[in-house]
Every structure is written in structure tokens, then in C-alpha cells.
Design a binder for this molecule. Structure first.
Ligand SMILES: Cc1cc2nc3c(=O)[nH]c(=O)nc-3n(C[C@H](O)[C@H](O)[C@H](O)COP(=O)(O)OP(=O)(O)OC[C@H]3O[C@@H](n4cnc5c(N)ncnc54)[C@H](O)[C@@H]3O)c2cc1C
Length: 405
């Protein structure tokens, strides 16, 4: 039976980053992933799933040597962030105000994963079990034994047994590891759903991302990288609304949806043409424990958050960084890096931070979807005042970007 220091279930963005970050410490790591990401070529249309990556995520991806490849493929840098409900309360955040060149980048999730996989494939300490899923595992005081099954065809199903000191669940919101370990979650489904819509814009590539709030939910524009052959740009629009309305919008043809976007989005979007669309339910889940003996939960396996402020995967990457720091410190101090008390420090650090961000998003969600005209006046006054108080505004911005000022 092959033995590893760490086995990561789920080779998505967070799982792949955690595997690399632990291999950087000299640990022998395996990653188990169900589906390989499709290769990239420049003529491919933009994927629907994109993420607004914060500055702290960029730092981590640089440290993992994955950032350069992402930039060579495609990404869109944004320097400004506009937020408003009523025009009078329009608030704009600028990278210059927190002494940064930019606030973040919009990148397709697949490209983030692929660039990390490139590094994994070249790293002598990481083994990838791709097209494999976890079938079962058993915990012993000193190790966890796992049974993997291949997901090829029924005739070719093969079984693999491996053993590890630490099992990392990075298998997403419906984490099988979390369920098999009997770790419960608290959470709920939001009343709103979201639609992601990729569009071609008449405006050229922009350096701003913006969000306008409505009681039915916000609408947002995330710029995508433009094309060198056309003066037009591309963008990912996010349309939050009641579930029934999102269902109705999803059923429209691209040209009918183009009309609907023109009617409902702010004029500053300009003329657009819908290229692709997809709908997503929004859930909040928080695992009751991030650690159970030799099992740790990271990323969406531990927490899913309202994507309103684009923080979900950024929190997952912060989990990765915290785990790497805790284990590096233990190794540096000559301690047993996989002792439960060492691993418990990871939960202590991350639970508070994740909870704070989840609660902030929920407060925003409740405040901006409240129908009362009094609450509307208060929230617009709040944005108006925030715009006039640079200290408050810049602190909030630095927190969202994951930098300190
Ligand atoms: C509409 C929407 C918009 C969003 N926008 C943003 C944004 O702008 N910025 C941001 O930071 N976040 C955003 N998020 C959140 C972000 O997409 C997630 O936080 C992120 O995808 C979580 O990454 P992960 O690696 O933890 O999990 P996942 O991306 O779910 O990856 C899990 C991986 O595990 C694999 N897997 C699952 N089960 C098994 C198994 N049993 N065996 C082997 N492999 C398995 C899966 O194939 C997958 O590759 C958004 C979310 C939504 C819904």
C-alpha cells in the first residue's frame, strides 16, 4: 500500500493549491480528483465560472508558481470597484487609496485549477490520482487508510488502497469526506438565486468592476480580458433575483436575455450581446468542525458563502495559507506536524475569519434586500457617508482585498 504524508480529496482550485503548498514544505502528497480540467487554448470562449481573485490570493498563487501562467493565458486586472443603490450614493473604491496598483483579477476557475495542475505535474513530491474517487476510509490513531475507485467505465473499475497521516477534504460544498466523517453543517439556502451571463460589450475592456443593489438582489459586472482583434470587450454579468425569476430568465434565448439585460442593468453597461449563461443556487454552509482527528476540511468543504462580494474561493485560499503556516511552524520547531493539537491551530485561525466574512455577507444580503423605505434611506445614507470617510472606506477595501494598511 502506497503511503503519503497528506492525501487531498478534490483537485479543484483549493485542493490543488493545498497539495502544492504542503509539497513545498517537503511533504509527500497525493491528490485524488474525479475529473481532469479541460486543456486551455486561446481560441476557446470564456468559461462561465470565473472568480474575482483578491490580492492575498494573487500572493499565494505567485508563491505556488501558478500566477505567471494564469497571466500568460488570460485574466483581467481591475483597479476600481463601484457600489451603489441610488446614484446619489454611488461609492467608488480605488486601488490607489490603499497604495496598491490594482484591487484584483477576474480569472476563469478552470485556468486557476489548470495552472496549479501544471505545477503539480512537475512537482516530484505530488502524485495525482485522476479519474478516481474516494470510496471509503478508516481512521486509526496513527494514520488514515483510504480506498479509491476509478471512474472510467464499469468494466474497467479498479480499486487502489493508500495510507496517509493527514486526510484533507477539498471536495467542495457537498464534501463526501465531511459526510463520511459524520461532520455536520449549519446553514440555509438563500431565497435568491444567481445567473452568470457572459457577454460581449460594445465598450472596450474596463478596469472597473461594479455592483448595483436592488431589493430583488444585486446586478454586477466583472470585466473579462478583451480581444486584440476587436475594439469590443467581454464581461461576466451576475444577476441575483428570486429563484422563480432566475428560472424564467434561464429559459430565455440569448437574444431575449440580451433585451432583458438592457432593461434591467444600469446604463453604464452599454450595449451588450449575450454569449453564454447558467443559473446557480446560493447556499450558506458552515461545517461544525474543520478538524476531526486526522481529517481537515478546506475551502467549500468547510464553508460556502453568498458570492455577492466574490469572496468564496479567496477564503479557501486563505485556509490553504493558514494550514501551510501552521505546519511549517511545527516542522520548524521540531514538533510532530500532524499532531491533533497542531492541526487544531488551523481551525482556530480560520473559523473566526470565515465566520466574520460569512456574517458580513449575510448582513449585506439582509440590509440590501429589505423592502422598507426607511431601511433603504439608511443604507443609502450609509454608503453616502462611507464615501466621504476615507478611513472607513479604505479599511473595508483593504479587508476585502486581503491586505493590511
Ligand atoms: C455564482 C457563483 C459565483 C462565485 N463567484 C466567486 C468569486 O467571484 N470569487 C470567489 O472567490 N468565489 C466565488 N464563488 C465561490 C467559488 O466558486 C467556490 O468557493 C470555489 O469554487 C470553491 O473551490 P473548492 O476547490 O473548495 O471546491 P470546488 O471548486 O467545488 O472543487 C472540488 C473538487 O473536488 C472534486 N471532487 C468532489 N468530490 C470528489 C470525490 N469524492 N473524489 C474525488 N474528487 C472529488 C470535484 O470534481 C472538484 O474538482 C462563486 C460561487 C458561485 C456559486
Amino acid at each position: 500500500m502506497e503511503r503519503y504524508d497528506c492525501v487531498v480529496i478534490g483537485g479543484g482550485m483549493v485542493g490543488a493549491a493545498s497539495a502544492l503548498s504542503l509539497a513545498q514544505l517537503g511533504l509527500k502528497v497525493a491528490v485524488v480528483e474525479k475529473v481532469a480540467p479541460k486543456y486551455f487554448s486561446v481560441e476557446q470562449a470564456f468559461d462561465l465560472r470565473v472568480s474575482a481573485l483578491s490580492l492575498s490570493t494573487e500572493h499565494l498563487l505567485r508563491q505556488l508558481n501558478a500566477w505567471q501562467q494564469i497571466q500568460q493565458w488570460r485574466s483581467c486586472c481591475y483597479r476600481r470597484l463601484g457600489v451603489w443603490e441610488q446614484e446619489i450614493a454611488y461609492t467608488e473604491f480605488n486601488a490607489k487609496d490603499i497604495n496598491q496598483d490594482h484591487l484584483g483579477h477576474i480569472v476563469e476557475n478552470r485556468l486557476i485549477q489548470l495552472s496549479l495542475w501544471q505545477q503539480i505535474n512537475e512537482h516530484p513530491k505530488v502524485t495525482l490520482y485522476c479519474s478516481n474517487v474516494l470510496a471509503s476510509f478508516e481512521q486509526f490513531p496513527e494514520a488514515v487508510e483510504l480506498n479509491l475507485t476509478s471512474v472510467e467505465t464499469d468494466e474497467n473499475v479498479s480499486q487502489i488502497k493508500i495510507k496517509t497521516k493527514l486526510l484533507i477534504a477539498a471536495d467542495g460544498a457537498n464534501s463526501q469526506v465531511r459526510q463520511l466523517a459524520g461532520i455536520g453543517v449549519t446553514g440555509w439556502d438563500y431565497k435568491q438565486a444567481a445567473m452568470l451571463i457572459n457577454v460581449e460589450t460594445q465598450l472596450p475592456q474596463q478596469d472597473i468592476t461594479w455592483q448595483q443593489f436592488y431589493e430583488t438582489g444585486p446586478v454586477a459586472m466583472l470585466p473579462l480580458s478583451g480581444s486584440s482583434e476587436s475594439a469590443n470587450g467581454y464581461a461576466s454579468l451576475v444577476w441575483y433575483h428570486k429563484k422563480d425569476e432566475i428560472k424564467r430568465l434561464s429559459a430565455l434565448s440569448n437574444s431575449a436575455l440580451t433585451e432583458a439585460v438592457h432593461k434591467s442593468f444600469p446604463k453604464r453597461l452599454g450595449e451588450i450581446k449575450v454569449i453564454d449563461k447558467g443559473a446557480f443556487v446560493l447556499t450558506r454552509r458552515h461545517a461544525n468542525q474543520y478538524q476531526q482527528q486526522r481529517i481537515l476540511l478546506l475551502g467549500d468543504a468547510a464553508h460556502t458563502i453568498n458570492p455577492m462580494a466574490g469572496q468564496g474561493v479567496n477564503l479557501g485560499f486563505k485556509d490553504v495559507k493558514a494550514l501551510q503556516t501552521v505546519i511549517a511552524t511545527a516542522i520548524g520547531n521540531g514538533e510532530s506536524w500532524h499532531a491533533p493539537e497542531v492541526l487544531g491551530q488551523y481551525e482556530n485561525i480560520r473559523r473566526k475569519d470565515n465566520l466574520l466574512m460569512m456574517s458580513t455577507m449575510d448582513a449585506l444580503y439582509c440590509t440590501f434586500s429589505h423592502p422598507s423605505s426607511l431601511v433603504r434611506s439608511i443604507r443609502n445614507a450609509g454608503l453616502f457617508v462611507a464615501n466621504k470617510v476615507p478611513f472607513v472606506k479604505n479599511k473595508a477595501l483593504a479587508y476585502a482585498c486581503g491586505v493590511s494598511i
